[in-house]
Design a protein around this ligand. Sequence first.
Ligand code: HEM
Length: 509
Amino acid sequence: MYGFSFDLSTVLVFLTTFLFSLLCVHSRSESERGSKRHEKMPPGPRGLPVFGNLLSLGTNPHLTFVEMAKQFGSVFTIRIGSEPIVVLNGYKAVKDTLIAKSLLFAGRPKMPLTEELTKGKGIVTADYGDTWKTQRKFTLKTLKEYGMGRPAMEKNITKEMECLTKAFSEKKLQPFEVDKYLQVSIANIVCSVTFGSRYEYGDPQLLTLLHLIDRFCEIGPASTMVNFFPFLKHVPFGPVKEVFTNNEIMTQYVNSVIRQHGETIDYNRLRDFIDAYMDEIRKQNNNDTNKETSFNEEYLFYLLNDLFFAGTETMSVTLRWGLLYMIAFPDIQKKVQDEIDAVVGADRLPSLADKPHLPYTEAAMLEIQRMANITALTFPHKTLDDVQLYDHVIPKDTTVFVNLYSVHVDETQFPEPDKFDPGRFLNENGRVKQNPALLAFSAGRRRCPGEELATSELFLFFTGLLQRFSFQNPPGSPQPTLEKVFGISLVPHPYKVVAVPRSGDIPAH
Ligand code: HEM
């Protein structure tokens, strides 16, 4: 999800600042590196001075890690700069760590980039502890109350489906890119719950925010180099500078929304997540027990950023992959549509109550998530204590990369992993067969808290769209590639579709 890589602009930054780096790089002393603390760490590739293994990671580190695992084993150590990082590959290694020793791997490393962007607040980058637990629990509970649980979510999605159907129909069989439409619809679900408002497709404010997210996904990995080479923070150009500038714009917008809420809130009629959070701040401050509280407007700000980012990018990219796989495998698209037609018909939109009766559709969605691997690498974890793992000891406070991609192509769990086959998620009776090795939402203490909401939302959008339209490759165009572009998430190359309406008006719920 929040992995890393480097591109030309990063290389440029490196070259121009190489000399500087020799003097300034924030490295651990030789004596510490050679110390007993690290001597039983998992083995790994030798690296270069200053850069460590950075330059051998390539533009697709998740693939490089799979290759490295063949040589060094499923758990190995790399260095970026002077920082040792343990990389976990394959289902067994992830199960033996994130699941079996969940607490020990539940930390988040403190990194210059996240310190700058989030100050370690919010949920995603917050370290394990009481504040993280309290805020995560409150957020999830409140999201459900304000419309991310059924039936309110079904109502919101019906509205978005109306808009999508209208927009897609207006294309009148002309090829177009679905990205922006899906992004806005998905963002509207999060925004209506958190900000209490939805946006039209052309809304300049929302388009700016979505553009900032797009840019962050593209250049975010390059900007994470500042974590290992902190001097990059002072380079006046390049990805780090752009991420900081974009963050300023985002900050201004989110703060203005919080301010507006503060001016109009009625504590007897809470409207949305922001109101509910402000109400909680008030309650905690009125509490007689002089207990310290982590609820304040600054924390609210970081939570909103997390939700907007985590709740839009992941979802819309998954849907983009979903439609792309349907175009690439029209026979599977037809089987999904046949099932929807037989169970739901055309007179109403699919609802969550239909899900148990649409096993093939659900299996197709699970297979899309496995193949798409949108969060190939999770946000980095950190060990909370020394961990004995196989013959190794991973010291306390070690950064850990989790390669979820490697789990989803693990042949011991998914035979013929390169084959797109929804059937692998069905049993002999045609019912859905879950596979615990499908870890699209990761595992353990840091598992995605939005999983249930996301699965329901994806189901409603995916089934609604396929009930309404058949998606086809534009006539005469080459088959779109299923190759992935590595960034903060693995995204498809841009592609166009023809949306062929399957029946008349949008059905009501
Ligand atoms: C297809 C949709 C989604 C996918 C594939 C996904 C996947 C993930 C993954 C892999 C992680 C990292 C876990 C780790 O570090 O081990 C994560 C974290 C997170 N996700 Fe999601 N996510 C999705 C949707 C959502 C939604 C809709 C929300 C909120 C409404 C959300 C909120 C979060 C948050 C707050 C975290 C940080 C958890 C923590 O550090 O404690 N996600 N997600």
